[in-house]
Design a protein. Structure first.
Length: 194
């Protein structure tokens, strides 16, 4: 009984200074007690997950996993963050923010093969994500081509650059930008001085 009282007193002594900081909850204070780098990274990842910052959560969970790969909570939360990241990409696409959608889907693709997902069921596959990115890029390429065809070369270049913002390896967008930029520069040289 005495050791339980001592333990409670010790915990209270450790939490009280952290809780006495303005705006600090006991839950957050308990995260400040994390001592190992793996625990600190996991706590930061869990906070980011709660805040809906899925990429930061996945970054932190990745750091924690390097030190402590056997943490079952980490594996569960890693999958939750990955699901959240994919869904936030879907939502950005629905809201008409293609560059944001592409960035989120590409980030999800980067994390998809992480060991923390091993043996875990996800609601999507690598092929699903890649298909979403490819479909988005196809739509954006077409949109840029329409601008190009009506003579809005700068608008076309901007649209194709937005593809490279989330998919830097997209050869079609890069080639279209190079060709159209050259054409735009040549047109500017031909324009009479004002």
């Amino acid at each position: 009984m005495r050791s339980a009282a001592v333990s409670l007193a010790l915990i209270a002594a450790l939490l009280l200074p952290a809780c006495s900081k303005p705006g600090t909850s006991p839950e957050i204070a308990s995260h400040t007690l994390a001592t190992s780098p793996a625990e600190k990274a996991y706590a930061a990842g869990a906070a980011a997950l709660r805040d809906g910052n899925y990429e930061r959560a996945l970054d932190q969970f990745t750091l924690s996993h390097k030190e402590n790969p056997d943490n079952p909570a980490l594996s569960r939360d890693f999958v939750a963050a990955l699901e959240g990241l994919k869904k936030s990409g879907d939502e950005a696409s629905r809201q008409g923010v293609p560059e944001e959608a592409g960035k989120k889907w590409m980030a999800a693709l980067r994390y998809l093969g992480h060991p923390a997902t091993k043996g875990k069921a996800l609601s999507f596959s690598r092929a699903d994500l890649k298909g979403s990115v490819d479909h988005l890029s196809s739509i954006m390429m077409e949109k840029g081509l329409k601008e190009y065809q009506i003579g809005n070369l700068e608008a076309a270049i901007d649209i194709w650059r937005s593809i490279l913002a989330y998919d830097p390896g997209n050869l079609d967008a890069a080639k279209s930008i190079r060709t159209t930029t050259t054409q735009l520069e040549n047109l500017k040289k031909l324009a009479p001085p004002k």
